[in-house]
Design a protein around this ligand. Structure first.
Ligand SMILES: CSC[C@H]1O[C@H](OP(=O)(O)O)[C@H](O)[C@@H]1O
Length: 346
């Protein structure tokens, strides 16, 4: 079992003091390669291309992208620096549409910028670092709260990657799984999560780094695993949560929730309150990202006019299919009844 410090060795993002180092997750688990960014456009491209991915990690990366923009444009002699930074913020906001953490982080950074007249860099950097540090603290808190709920769990299936690679460190759903396993070494299953394979390539790798045994399953094996009785919980992350408790998460989550209902398996969603979108009442209002067909289709069909691919990379799980939504501020049980308003009003 690695310590918290050792776990921090596998990080999606590293602020160097003057640049942002980003682990290129497209190359994992075969290659560990960090790219270094010194401007906001580069960070926006790193998010859009999924070099960095995962709702909280996307927000943190965008926050440092704003710092890089201020560092690039601010000077006492440049009267246009605020417009230039706003252009960069818009570029960052356009990188991916579904994870609300991106927009939440940019809003935090803009609120700090708006009040600045002198050199904004120290204040804006402090804001980005606080977003980063608060995310890690939230993950450890959610780990404890979620593990309390799972005290009698016998087997867990998780989907996609919600670990240190998707956050500032430790993870949301995978943070709960890390905490559960430290208390009670139960069976952990990870779904491969087609088509991008976050589960097969990232979650299995993270858990192996922590010496936590994990069994990979094909996405299509989830129902049969549930029927076998091997799991009693599905534990996943989120990219955007509506006030009524509807949850947008990686494509396949809705399927797992429907299957879980059929097999008396409970569903836990783990996400910081920065993932709750207070501006939307229900999941119908959540924009679902469609990614390139090439991420699903074999290359041989690239120019074939008869073949296409439909590639939504998120879906929405109705609150009524969810047993508990765990945040750093507390747990909303049976969100289909009361939603999650209580978690953001606290
Ligand atoms: C810690 S939440 C991570 C969340 O983000 C993932 O999506 P993507 O890999 O496309 O950024 C997935 O929905 C996870 O649940």
């Amino acid at each position: 079992m690695t310590t918290r410090q050792q776990q921090s060795a596998v990080l999606a993002l590293q602020w160097t003091g003057h640049s942002l180092r980003v682990l290129d997750q497209r190359q994992l688990p075969d290659t560990i390669n960090y790219d270094e960014y010194t401007d906001a456009q580069g960070v926006a491209q790193a998010i859009a291309s999924m070099r960095v991915r995962g709702a909280p990690a996307i927000g943190i990366a965008a926050a440092y992208g704003v710092v890089l923009s201020v560092n690039q444009h601010y000077s006492k002699s440049n009267s246009s620096w605020q417009q230039q930074v706003q252009t960069d913020i818009t570029t960052l906001a356009n990188s991916r549409p579904t994870a609300v953490n991106l927009f939440w982080a940019l809003t935090q950074m803009k609120s700090v910028l708006d009040g600045q007249s002198d050199d904004p860099l120290p204040t804006i950097l402090a804001c980005a670092k606080k977003i980063h540090a608060d995310d890690i603290a939230a993950n450890y808190k959610m780990g404890e709260l979620g593990a309390d709920v799972l005290a009698n769990a016998t087997g867990i299936l998780t989907h996609c990657n919600t670990g240190a690679l998707a956050t500032g460190g430790y993870g949301t759903a995978l943070g709960v799984i890390r905490t559960v396993y430290a208390r009670n070494p139960i069976k952990i299953y990870a779904g491969e999560t087609r088509p991008w394979l976050q589960g097969q390539r990232l979650t299995v790798w993270e858990l192996a780094q922590d010496e936590i045994p994990v069994t990979l399953i094909a996405d299509s094996a989830a129902a049969w695993l549930m029927k076998s009785g091997a799991i009693d919980w599905v534990v996943v992350g989120a990219d955007r949560i509506a006030l009524n408790g509807d949850v947008a998460n990686k494509i396949g989550t809705y399927s797992l929730a429907v299957l879980a209902k059929q097999h008396d398996v409970k569903v836990m969603v783990v996400a910081p309150t920065s993932t709750i979108d207070g501006a939307i009442e229900n999941g119908d209002q959540i924009e679902i990202e469609q990614r390139q067909q090439s991420e699903l289709l074999p290359d041989c069909y690239t120019d074939n006019t008869y073949v296409s691919a439909w590639n939504p990379v998120f879906d929405v799980t109705p609150a009524g299919l969810i047993s508990a939504i765990v945040t750093e501020r507390g747990v909303a049980f049976n969100p289909g009844v009361n939603g999650v308003v209580g978690l953001i009003e606290a």
